[in-house]
Design a protein around this ligand. Structure first.
Ligand code: SF4
Length: 689
């Protein structure tokens, strides 16, 4: 008999690449160790620093271990029965007094498909479509543009075919080398090393730049004029694919009209990039056999985010770069289950499987399974819900999200949440949002739960529990099932995650053919319509998922950011993720390894600007915007352009989102994290380095 400890194969809790990792359980409760899983389907055993350090936070002393109820301003421990009853009673009271739309529900891209599915079902059975998740803050505009023009808000292609078949990568507003590390190291960098030509369009110089054959270093917020100059060049040179445009698309004339007499010189000047480089990039992509576009939050997190992504879609449609391996428009998704949380309908306008709440037939089919009526009007998005606190919204049920850290203009978010009559937080740690809650429901962590998650290339994979449930915590699916059973007389009798998944399959056509048995270790890539369907590595080979099966062009115009620099705030303040930390930092800043490698927040500034301000590398500075100020360490680097300062959202003790702008894209309602007006002043003495 082997003395090897039993290994449990599961999925990394951090990013959307969906790397498999294995865990073994130690003698102590919650003590898990990393083990090898060399044939994990996505990563074949490779992990980045975050994945490798993920087990460190499972048994962290900050874990919430018991339900808590706020009384006289202080938290006291409560029984589950007490805590759940208080939440159910308060939800009922608010609904009776003000109607179901007075409550909002936040699902989470950190929990499983089954759990996010239950959050949206809870909201809809309660009588509201006010349910959303943090995709609103990262890729809502991408989902909107892709859904509208191609039919589905997801990566069109797969890491594998992008590695094997693309001749050109067009990477705009994404930094896979630092934000999707294993996708980059196992797939994209290997392709670049084998000759795939890389065009990077990004204001920031970063690790991805090391692969770039051409780096168009544009000014933040000028993606549309740059892409219009690219498209105008392609049309003028006749590099577009006339046959594809004719046979598979609509509204090409809108693009031709928009770009007739387009002033490319002026657009290049607006973007701060040479027209010569724009033309070289246009030629490389448009004349390639297979050109693949990657997009990220550098494109989506703008008030013109939907139009930004639409222009990338215009580029792919005009050149016929869709529907084949090595092509497509590929958003690299953030958190490990942000794709799945959208797939299962935790969105205010969409039911499971991206079916519109306004579509009578889709609603009727779902209602038949659920046994209750679904409202036909889209609900509020998460920022809209927060901003309506104390007015239209009186109660908020937050599962696994931390809006006090992650929403823009976050001091205001904190003030709004204090206006709620009921704030329920269901989470693993005492987050900055949980500190404001009326009731806290302690949930199990990623290493203790089972279920499924869906990665960035639509691969549904199993997560498996590797260790015991600690303290008096419960799985999110159990908490939600118990809450549903208290509020409603049917529909909440789930014994395990597979039970929930079986119901999800019934109402979510793109998951219908997926079963737990079929997932095995490889997973299945949706759409998978029946049990004989193997799933799809790439989409749209024959037609698009739009009503008439054709891809839709929509010409777009430059819109500057909602707030631009001026004499008082002379810098463009931009934000982004780094390799070593993640999102609001709830997990990553509790990891010994990650906090040792990058212990605090920082702000990058160009050497010329630093010299003008008398700022030295490592010195403490105060960065401010019209919404607040934060003290940070200065990092003087030519990785940012002159006139731009750049920081990260990961550190609770230096929360940059106090400064970011809460102006929203009018269509997708995503905030403009990528461009605000800011300034910098020297704070105190240089810090030790
Ligand atoms: Fe985890 Fe993403 Fe790193 Fe893979 S690339 S180990 S999924 S954080």
């Amino acid at each position: 008999m082997s003395n090897e400890p039993e290994r449990t194969e599961t999925i990394c809790p951090y990013c959307g690449v969906g790397c498999g990792l294995a865990l073994t359980e130690g003698d102590q409760e919650g003590d898990v160790q990393l083990a090898r899983w060399n044939d994990a389907p996505v990563n074949e055993g490779a992990l980045c620093i975050k994945g490798g350090a993920a087990p460190q936070v499972v048994n962290h002393p900050d874990r919430l271990k018991s339900p808590l109820i706020r009384e006289d301003g202080e938290f006291r421990e409560a029984t589950w029965d007490e805590a759940l009853s208080q939440v159910a009673d308060e939800l009922r009271r608010i609904r009776e007094e003000r109607g179901p739309d007075a409550v909002g529900f936040f699902a989470s891209s950190q929990v499983t498909n089954e759990e996010s599915y239950l959050v949206q079902k809870l909201a809809r059975q309660f009588g509201t479509n006010n349910v959303d998740n943090c995709t609103r803050l990262c890729h809502a505009s991408t989902v909107a543009a892709l859904g509208e023009s191609l039919g589905t808000g997801a990566m069109t292609n797969s890491m594998r075919d992008l590695r094997e078949s693309a001749d050109v990568y067009w990477i705009q507003g994404a930094n896979p080398a630092e934000n999707h590390v294993i996708a980059h190291s196992q797939y994209f960098r290997k392709a670049a090393q084998d000759g795939t030509f890389v065009v990077q369009v990004d204001p920031h110089e970063n690790e991805t730049t090391k692969d770039a054959d051409l780096h168009l270093r544009l000014k933040p917020g000028t993606d549309i004029p740059l892409l219009n100059a690219v498209l105008a060049t392609i049309l003028e040179e006749g590099w577009h694919d006339e046959e594809f445009v004719e046979e598979r698309t609509d509204h090409f004339e809108s693009l031709e009209e928009r770009l007739a007499d387009f002033d490319r010189e002026q657009a290049a000047e607006t973007a701060g990039v040479s027209l010569d480089d724009i033309e070289k990039a246009a030629e490389a992509y448009a004349t390639a056999e297979n050109g693949a576009i990657f997009t990220g939050m550098g494109m989506s997190q703008h008030t013109c985010g939907t139009d930004n992504v639409q222009n990338l879609i215009n580029l792919a449609l005009a050149t016929g770069n869709l529907g084949r391996p090595g092509t497509g428009v590929n958003p690299l998704r953030g958190q490990n289950n942000v794709q799945g949380t959208c797939d299962v309908g935790a969105l205010p306008n969409l039911l499971p499987g991206y079916q519109s709440v306004a579509d009578d037939e889709a609603r009727r089919t779902v209602e038949e399974t659920w046994g209750f009526e679904v409202p036909d009007e889209p609900g509020l998005t998460n920022v809209e819900i927060t901003h309506a606190a104390g007015e239209e919204i009186r109660g908020l049920y937050v599962v696994g999200e931390n809006p006090v850290m992650s929403e823009p203009n976050s001091s205001k978010t904190e003030a709004y949440l204090q206006e709620m009559e009921l704030l329920v937080v269901q989470d693993v740690f005492m987050t900055e949002t949980a500190e404001l809650a009326d009731v806290i429901l302690p949930a199990t962590s990623w290493a203790e739960r089972g279920g499924t998650v869906t990665n960035t290339d639509r691969r549904v994979q199993r997560m498996r529990a590797a260790t015991r449930v600690p303290g008096n915590t419960k799985h999110d699916f159990e908490i939600l099932s118990e809450m549903g059973s208290r509020l409603f007389d049917h529909g909440w009798d789930f014994s395990d995650p597979e039970d929930v998944f079986e119901e999800l399959r019934e109402v979510c056509p793109i998951y219908r053919g997926v079963t737990y048995d079929r997932l095995g270790t490889e997973g299945v890539q949706w759409p998978c319509y029946d049990e004989d369907d193997e799933g799809e590595p790439y989409l749209y080979a024959e037609s698009f998922e739009t009503e008439n099966g054709r891809g839709k062009f929509r010409a777009v115009r430059h819109q500057p950011p909602a707030e631009t620099e001026d004499d008082e705030y002379p810098f463009v303040l931009s934000t982004g993720r780094i390799e070593q930390h993640y999102n609001s930092g709830a997990m990553s800043t509790r990891s010994e390894t990650l906090i040792r490698v990058v212990p605090e927040n920082f702000v990058e500034i160009h050497p010329d600007d630093a010299a003008d301000l008398g700022v030295e590398d490592g010195q403490r500075v105060v960065v401010s915007s019209r919404r607040g100020e934060v003290e940070l360490k200065a990092d003087v680097t030519d990785g940012v352009k002159p006139g731009v300062i750049w920081s990260t959202p990961h550190f609770p003790d230096a929360p940059i989102n106090r400064l970011t702008n809460d102006a929203l894209d009018p269509e997708a309602k995503i905030p403009e994290y990528k461009a605000a007006a800011g300034k910098m002043e020297v704070s105190v003495e240089p810090v030790e380095k």
